[in-house]
Design a binder for this molecule. Sequence first.
Ligand SMILES: [Zn+2]
Length: 423
Amino acid sequence: MADSPMTPFHEMAGKSPEEAKFFWSGGPVEVAPRTWFQSFLSGVTAFETDAGLVLVDSGLRQLGAKLAGMLRERTKAPVHSAIFTQGHIDHAFGLKDFLVPGQARPRIVAHRAMPERFRRYELTQRLNAAINARQFGGSVNRAETTDEFNNFRTPELAPDTLYEDRLVLSVGGLSFEVHHCRGETDDHSWIWCPERRVLCPGDLFIWGVPNAGNPQKVQRYPRDWALGLRQMAALEPRSLCPGHGGPVVDDAALIRRMLLETADYLDSLLQQTLAALNDSAPPHVDIVHRVQPPQTDSPWLQPVYDEAEFIVRNIIRYYGGWWSGRPSELKPAPRDGLAREVAALAGGAQALLTRAEALAQAGDLRLACHLADYALEAAPADKAVCNGVAALYERRAARETSLMARNIFRSAAAYARDGRAFA
Ligand SMILES: [Zn+2]
């Protein structure tokens, strides 16, 4: 995941850091001898060896200096090697600030799919600016006036050592097992240091429902992800340094539970979705409503960032096509024409909005928002309709728990006030 450095992350999500470990920031925390973890938005782990530091991840470009400042309270050693767990902007772009003056360029290790990710970013800069603005609660206009979301390109310090399935690095008497695991991304790695029994899972563990469903992003891989978590648990790590949130230090039993429960959570969604798909391939929306998300009080499986419903959608996309399963949506009419027809039948856009407000009042915000969309698309120049629709989406945003749902609905409200439905 990636985020704006301009607003503290926990404030954007409406949570205090104490309420959800996902939003933890701090450090340096000594997670093992000569091994420190620090996090600000995303985590960086530093292993001091006799040959220099091995860094796992490097933070967002704009936050590299802050993270490096934390680490440099404890060690002045040069960076021997850096390993990027994935090519997202909050993991692979902050390395420059960790280097000490005069040091040689460090070796930079990543999965072989990472360079292609950077090429894709260069092809889709404005797309990424728009979808990240929505994901983090802004508008496209906001993204256009700042550069914070627009640094989607190959980082200045790019990986020079690429691997396929698994790589073992030996640095200064320590070994680092780098494992490929498709999860949040296709270029994802997790790292295990057996001598210090420290696990760096990257974003395969983030103190929240896994980011395996993100509505606006490319394919994620829950099945591989769950398998990877089980492999990690089998190693019996003593300390865990996650991609987001705080570390777990010297508590093997807790780490095992966290990893296995997260694997079970993903597997439950996977099995239920596959069962539904295999049951005559019903329309996607029917599958979404059929799958029951596992109920759990575990603090690492709360929907603070992503959520189960979106993971189900992602699983459907992996195994099936893009068609929703509704016949009219195979080759649909333009939406404004459809919306005008529906509004005319209902007695006008305002009548649709009035009914939407009644449904919202009765507690059915899902149904209310369908009618609200038609009202807005039928009458985008009607200020009363625009403001009414915006108010409905603001109300809906306030009821959501995941950052993604909340912020996309918040963006929908902002667009509606401008007489636009994400167009
Ligand atoms: Zn991340």
